[in-house]
Design a protein around this ligand. Structure first.
Ligand SMILES: Cc1cc2nc3c(=O)[nH]c(=O)nc-3n(C[C@H](O)[C@H](O)[C@H](O)COP(=O)(O)O)c2cc1C
Length: 400
């Protein structure tokens, strides 16, 4: 999907599409009002779920509510949804639920007993606890970004998985990665407008037998209207995700960081100390990624290109860096831009890049500095700093 999703000067010049925000597809899925609902705040054992994806800022813009979440999202479009199957959890009816992020509620789609979703996740027995599924809603992103949405869907997914990993770790739980099987989407009541992309289990596999759900769940559109892009859909269903879980840091400060995380819109470089720069240069990324850091401004550190914490090329790269990132001017005020490269231009490497970037956001919040994911860049100009392929960038800098 690389060529089809590249940004070039020509592609930008040709794309003079006027974006009418009134036509933005609905950002949250709503199950019918008659479905049974549970307030997440009433179930202490599911606090990890409430903190995995939640509203962290709400305001009115042009008389319409404008939500921002604990996870960042390209264009604030949030093309993801979360579902859980809960079995044998005290105080909760066993069933398959949708996470209603706006109301912080679980909405029951189906009650379960000997039937379950387990066989569609490769499990032969009942799983006591939670089976979490994250779906992607391509149109929420392709509405604005066209085919480039392919990248943003996976980067957003990586951020979401990163926040889930951090939440689970904070609450002292362990998770197991699950593998969506053929038929999962259909049984979840989804069509081409929504695709389960990742699944995890928190709990334990029992020895009790389970039968596969035989009737698909009710079908509810994830948006108020949709336009299916078959190229995007085919590209998504053709690639399974093989990303690995990583250890997250600042576990004890998770709740404060999760509530406060925001994307920086401007930077004030003198407010960032060199020690914080050094710490951020050492945030661990998955081994299939290459991190190239461009240090643009610092107190006494050498500016230039860094790899593995060491300056390998000295220089002032502000102009080149800002230009690479589509001339987004606010980046000129950043202390550092981390460029995330990989050999493979695949769904999984994008997810890994999102997981790493989420950890950077969390580290920045912890250290009191600003941070923003940058998904818009001229692809073919990224070879200046690595022979690999640029997947994503993160700008970091002092807060005003
Ligand atoms: C994959 C991805 C790409 C992004 N690309 C850009 C970008 O190119 N420029 C920018 O200013 N912000 C970018 N952002 C930040 C989003 O605009 C921001 O997350 C969104 O507006 C929501 O704000 P919040 O992060 O404060 O909740 C990106 C975020 C993500 C996750």
């Amino acid at each position: 999907m690389r060529e089809e999703t590249c940004l070039t000067r020509d592609s930008l010049a040709q794309n003079n599409r006027y974006l009418d925000w009134d036509s933005q597809p609905a950002m949250f899925k709503h199950y019918p009002h008659f479905c049974y609902r549970l307030k997440l705040s009433d179930i202490p054992s599911l606090q990890w779920l409430e903190q995995t994806r939640c509203i962290s800022d709400k305001r009115l813009i042009a008389q319409a509510p404008y939500y921002r979440l604990n996870v960042p999202s390209a264009g604030n479009l949030h093309p993801l949804e979360i579902y859980v199957q809960l079995r044998n959890i005290s105080g909760v009816l066993s069933g398959i639920y949708h996470l209603d992020v706006v109301n912080s509620e679980l909405v029951m789609i189906a009650e379960i007993a000997q039937e379950g979703i387990e066989p569609f996740l490769g499990l032969e027995h009942r799983f006591n606890g939670a089976l979490l599924m994250i779906s992607m809603v391509p149109f929420r992103s392709s509405w604005k970004y066209g085919l480039r949405a392919w990248r943003y869907l996976y980067l957003d997914l990586g951020h979401q998985i990163g926040s889930f990993l951090a939440s689970v770790e904070h609450f002292g739980l362990t998770l197991t990665k699950m593998f969506p099987q053929e038929g999962l989407n259909r049984i979840m009541g989804m069509g081409k407008d929504e695709i389960i992309a990742a699944a995890y289990g928190i709990g334990e596999l029992t020895s009790r037998s389970v039968t596969p759900l035989c009737m698909p769940l009710m079908r509810v559109s994830p948006t108020d209207y949709t336009i299916i892009d078959d190229t995007l859909y085919d590209a998504i269903v053709s690639e399974p995700i093989t990303s690995k879980s990583v250890k997250t840091a600042f576990t004890e400060s998770f709740l404060e960081i999760n509530a406060a995380r925001r994307s920086a819109r401007e930077f004030y470089a003198p407010a960032m100390r060199d020690e914080v720069i050094t710490t951020l240069l050492n945030v661990t990324a998955s081994s299939n990624l290459e991190i190239v850091a461009l240090l643009l401004q610092a107190q006494s550190m050498q500016t230039g290109m860094y790899r593995n914490g060491k300056c390998t090329v000295r220089g002032n790269f502000v102009t080149e860096c800002v230009h690479l990132l589509l001339d987004q001017r606010f980046i000129a005020g950043a202390n550092m831009v981390l460029l995330i490269y990989a050999n493979d231009f695949r769904a999984s490497t994008h997810v890994d890049a999102g997981i790493y970037a989420q950890e950077l956001y969390r580290a920045c919040e912890y250290h009191g500095v600003g941070c923003s994911g940058i998904g818009a860049f001229y692809d073919n100009e990224a070879s200046l700093w690595s022979q690999k392929l640029l997947l994503y960038a993160v700008a970091v800098g002092g807060k005003i």
